[in-house]
Design a protein around this ligand. Structure first.
Ligand SMILES: [Zn+2]
Length: 287
């Protein structure tokens, strides 16, 4: 089984996680730029973070045979901090880089006027750079936030087939399905969305335009929930071809629209579970 995790925050994960993901069949991933928990007070903190998303993390992933890509943006939460507004000025230079396959995460956190402005600005940047967009939906007031998100996407004029609206659930999936946007689901250990609930949604809506991710980050999360969802799909009688479509071909199709996915040499079927990477220097930490 080959897995492409289309939304995972490896910056917050350990090297052991990379090792477990590789053993579970994860061969490629996309790491969206997001809120790191600690508020950033200057544009320099973002520049260093973006540089690590196109430099250090791809290197770390490569030690385990995993192809790393990223999305770049000013996240919705920090869009509200005037000290971070200058980040918008540095985005265009990152949106030209090879490993950057979308603008994201953008969208709403608390649905403030500042978030409106920054969201619309970044959708325009995505269109100008001919890149897809990864849109986060708020964890509070999700139904209203999702409808407002779809309105803003529509007003922007961007092709909905180049937008994924993420962190959906049973309440919000129908509206996004009808919009033509891609549907993203973050599978969590306890809350929000489980592998079994995801299978029920797939059974109802089918596999088209569906993306399943672990969204693993610095909170309680599990980078192997993509594999657990694949297993739940098979247990429920869905086919291996469905699994491959949702967990590999769909993310390849969506992010492939950037023209920058680099999967050459990621021969998913030939990588064996538990293999070692002889000849590569496994990371030994910062010492
Ligand atoms: Zn995220």
């Amino acid at each position: 089984m080959r897995i492409f995790d289309p939304h995972i925050h490896m910056t917050s994960r350990t090297t052991d996680d990379y090792e477990r993901m590789a053993a579970a069949g994860v061969r490629a991933l996309v790491e969206p730029a997001f809120w790191l928990g600690q508020p950033r007070t200057s544009v320099g903190s973002f520049v260093d973070y973006f540089d690590s998303l196109i430099g250090w993390e791809p290197f770390r992933a490569s030690q385990f045979g995993i192809r790393h890509h990223c999305t770049i943006a000013l996240n919705p939460k920090e869009a509200n901090d005037p000290r971070c507004r200058e980040v918008l000025d540095v985005l265009p230079r990152y949106l030209l880089k090879d490993g950057v396959v979308a603008v994201g995460e953008i969208g709403y956190d608390s649905m403030t006027p500042a978030e409106d402005e920054v969201f619309a600005h970044q959708l325009a940047l995505a269109a100008q750079h001919d890149l897809p967009a990864l849109v986060h939906t708020p964890h509070r007031d999700k139904a209203r936030g999702t409808l407002r998100t779809l309105d803003v996407v529509k007003e922007s004029g961007i092709d909905p087939g180049r937008v994924v609206v993420d962190h959906l659930n049973e309440v919000t999936v129908g509206d996004v399905a009808g919009s033509g946007c891609w549907m993203g689901f973050s599978i969590y250990p306890e809350t929000k969305m489980s592998p079994e609930r995801m299978v029920a949604i797939l059974a109802e809506y089918g596999p088209a335009r569906m993306l399943v991710n672990s969204a693993a980050d610095w909170g309680r999360s599990d980078p192997l929930l993509t594999l657990r969802t694949a297993e739940a799909m098979l247990d429920a009688g869905l086919s291996l071809d469905d699994v491959d479509r949702v967990l590999w071909r769909n993310p390849v199709e969506f992010y492939g629209q950037s023209g920058r996915l680099d999967l050459v040499g990621v021969d998913a079927d030939e990588v064996q579970v538990g293999q070692t990477f002889e000849g590569n220097s496994i990371l030994r930490g910062g010492s």
